[in-house]
Design a protein around this ligand. Structure first.
Ligand SMILES: Nc1ncnc2c1ncn2[C@@H]1O[C@H](COP(=O)(O)OP(=O)(O)OP(=O)(O)O)[C@@H](O)[C@H]1O
Ligand SMILES: [Mg+2]
Length: 257
């Protein structure tokens, strides 16, 4: 579904954020990019929808080089949830969710039905929440709107950049569970960035461990735990081992830890 061929990024000031990288993400896969701050996760993610242009290599989305598609067409296929909560503050919940459907000229009743459907999916009553503004929602509720806004026009690919990092542990766990449950029905290709290995293990079908602009190892959570490629990967998993999680409880696919 998404293929990186020797993709690299060097910023204008000379910083090499991503070194030539090969990667294949399957359709319907929940794929997690994890690694320490500054290792190149956001840069890698943003090159998929061309918020950042690579300086080398090509990225194929559904078999097509994303550089040959008009940017707005490309982004219609790709939902995006930002690192920081980024709802439009002056718009209501329904207006926020309707942004992409409006760009696509959906008719009012179709958009309205979709808004209700999405709010129900994340357990928020449309009668209560449709006309609220972001500052009238809790952080967790805002982030849920951020997630369903990315789903609004039903894109096959969703990119999520640390979507839950601003939340307290309880809200975070709740949203992780919501997202896993949602994915059982929607089966999107999700590329999810986090620096939290526990979150990666809970959510990912496969995980790519990044460090200093390269991918160190890509595998299922279980195999990463059992066969770490090097001491960096092993140390990354240390926190999980210390928490006493056994390998058998780390299923990745079911998300049950
Ligand atoms: N516009 C830019 N110009 C120059 N360097 C940049 C730019 N954006 C990012 N970088 C650098 O590129 C590297 C990778 O940044 P990136 O944002 O991809 O990291 P990240 O893994 O997402 O980090 P975090 O976990 O902190 O969000 C960092 O060294 C960063 O300082
Ligand atoms: Mg980042």
């Amino acid at each position: 579904m998404i293929t990186f061929k020797q993709v690299s990024k060097r910023y204008e000031d000379g910083t090499t954020a991503v070194q030539p990288l090969d990667l294949h993400i399957e359709q319907g896969e929940f794929f997690v990019l994890v690694g320490p701050s500054g290792c190149g996760k956001t840069t890698t993610l943003k090159m998929i929808n061309r918020l950042i242009e690579p300086t080398g290599g090509s990225i194929y989305v559904n078999g097509t080089d994303n550089n040959t598609i008009q940017v707005h067409k490309l982004r219609q296929q790709i939902g995006y949830v930002l690192q920081q909560i980024a709802l439009f503050p002056h718009m209501t919940v329904e207006e926020n969710i309707a942004v992409t459907p409006d760009l696509l000229h959906w008719d009012r009743s179709r958009t309205s039905k979709r808004i209700d459907e999405l709010l129900h999916m994340v357990g928020m009553d449309p009668a209560v929440f449709r006309s609220r503004r972001p500052d009238e929602l809790s952080g967790g509720q805002q982030q849920r709107i951020g997630v369903i806004r990315a789903l609004a026009a039903d894109p096959p690919v969703i990119l999520m950049d640390e979507p839950f990092s601003a939340l307290d542990p309880i809200a975070r766990e709740r949203l992780q569970n919501d997202l896993l449950q949602l994915q059982q029905t929607i089966r999107k290709t999700i590329v999810f960035v986090t620096h939290d290995i526990q979150e990666a293990v809970k959510l990912g079908d496969r995980i790519a461990i990044m460090n200093e602009g390269t991918i160190i190892q890509v595998d299922t959570p279980q195999r990463l735990l059992q066969q770490p490629a090097n001491s960096f990967v092993e140390q990354f998993f240390q926190s999980i081992r210390q928490d006493g999680m056994s390998i058998s409880t780390v299923s990745g696919n079911e998300g049950t830890i």
